[in-house]
Write a protein that binds this ligand. Structure first.
Ligand SMILES: Cc1cc2nc3c(=O)[nH]c(=O)nc-3n(C[C@H](O)[C@H](O)[C@H](O)COP(=O)(O)OP(=O)(O)OC[C@H]3O[C@@H](n4cnc5c(N)ncnc54)[C@H](O)[C@@H]3O)c2cc1C
Length: 400
């Protein structure tokens, strides 16, 4: 059978897109290697503009009634800056909503089921081993002991930050040399507020911690560090005391973590950005982390992934020329991914660089940001719609 679209991967990117395209009447195949999703330590906090994308894709109610909680408040404490009350996101974000906190494996199951219910063929335990572009692109998959080849009008690589689809289809990957190391673990019993995502920043240490309430009495905690070797050691459950120590050093109140226990793996990742310029060629488009994985420290990955799905769906539904439609998606992707890449790069340079040179820039910029908070990119509310031109850059760094 020849499909309209095959997605390689059934994570957030593949499943959300497959559902949307199947609902629009297309014949869609999802090839997902996992038969059961497990905690991979990733992707729990979805910014307000990403929640806006769930509405555009028609999955807001589905997620909210199954695996997502809406956190109304966003709290940031930056060491060396005056304390400010938590931001009420419902009152102040352009989408008039909080952030979503999700348990990632549960979200993947919910969306894959929804894709199947919408009419997509979903094959689990299907490991993609080959992709060939062209006028009728094909995908080769290993399923059990056998191998199968499928053809489609369009193949979509949605196989995550270490995508093999993109290399098999001949895309070149670019990556930043600098980046944070990010360690995370799901905690039971942390005494963090359940309606607030809390971020703690220690610019002088190049370190931060994030506490995301994902379920009653369950919190996803992350610690990230620009000082590479320290964070690299925060892997494996035996390192939980060191992880908690790093969280407290970043500013998390010790009382929040007194009774915390690991409810899943503790793992550490290289968070440096990697992306493909113009993620479409020769019948193969890339979406989600396969197209561009941003530094997880800034929590934009889920929102960008949904933006990709929505934009590609809309372009494909506009007409019969899918080659032109997929090129149009890729051009748009470069713009919004580029904006997030610039904005998060500025934030990393100002807030997570412990060097003396960066400290002197902070001495100039932080008082100005405290007096005029709109100098700081609104990554949570506006995302890529926040200006990222030279004037915005100079305002952020206190040069004007
Ligand atoms: C430590 C960490 C923390 C993060 N925290 C946040 C956060 O708080 N907020 C946020 O917005 N983003 C966060 N992110 C980013 C977020 O997790 C990703 O942007 C998001 O999961 C991307 O979804 P995806 O579907 O593109 O990729 P994935 O979630 O990786 O899904 C890819 C799917 O493809 C399947 N697959 C892979 N290879 C094959 C193959 N050969 N054949 C078949 N199937 C295959 C995989 O099994 C998987 O199901 C974080 C990332 C990391 C690493």
């Amino acid at each position: 059978m020849r499909y309209d679209v095959i997605t390689v991967g059934g994570g957030l990117a593949g499943a959300a897109l497959a559902r949307a395209l199947a609902l629009a009447g297309m014949r869609v195949l999802v090839l997902e290697r996992e038969t059961r999703f497990r905690d991979r330590v990733r992707g729990e906090e979805m910014h307000c503009w990403g929640v806006g994308e769930t509405r555009a894709l028609g999955i807001y109610d589905l997620l909210k009634s199954s695996c997502a909680r809406e956190s109304r408040y966003w709290s940031v404490r930056v060491h060396g800056m005056p304390m400010v009350p938590p931001r009420d996101l419902v009152a102040t974000s352009p989408h008039r909503c909080g952030t979503f906190s999700v348990l990632h494996p549960a979200m993947q199951e919910v969306l894959l089921e929804a894709a199947a219910a919408a009419g997509a063929d979903v094959l689990r335990g299907a490991q993609v081993t080959g992709v060939e572009g062209g006028r009728s692109p094909t995908v080769r998959a290993r399923i059990g002991a056998g191998e199968q080849i499928y053809a489609a009008r369009l193949v979509v690589g949605a196989d995550g930050r270490d995508s093999v689809c993109r290399s098999m289809a001949g895309f070149e990957v670019e990556r930043d040399a600098d980046g944070m190391l990010v360690a995370g673990v799901l905690l039971d019993g942390a005494a963090a507020p359940d309606d607030t995502t809390a971020l703690f920043v220690r610019p002088d240490l190049g370190q931060l911690a994030i506490m995301v309430p994902v379920a009653p009495a369950q919190t996803r905690a992350y610690v990230a560090s620009a000082v590479l070797k320290e964070a690299r050691a925060l892997s494996g459950r035996g390192r939980l005391p060191a992880f908690i120590g790093a969280g407290i050093a970043a500013g998390v109140p010790a009382g929040w973590l007194d009774r915390a226990e690991a409810a899943g793996p503790l793992a550490c990742f290289d968070g440096s950005c990697r992306w493909v310029a113009h993620p479409y060629r020769d019948g193969v488009a890339l979406v989600g982390d396969a197209a561009g994985a941003t530094d997880p420290t800034f929590g934009c990955g889920l929102s960008l992934t949904l933006r990709d799905g929505r934009v590609l769906r809309d372009r494909l539904l506009e007409g019969e020329d899918w080659d032109a439609a997929a090129h149009a998606y890729a051009t748009e992707h470069d713009e919004y991914f580029g904006a997030i890449h610039r904005l998060t790069g500025w934030m990393r340079a100002l807030f997570y660089d412990p060097s003396e040179a960066a400290a002197s820039v902070r001495a100039r910029a932080l008082p100005l940001i405290a007096a005029e908070p709109d100098r700081r990119p609104d990554i949570v509310g506006l995302g890529p719609a926040f200006p990222s031109d030279e004037t915005a850059r100079r305002r952020f760094f206190g040069e004007i």
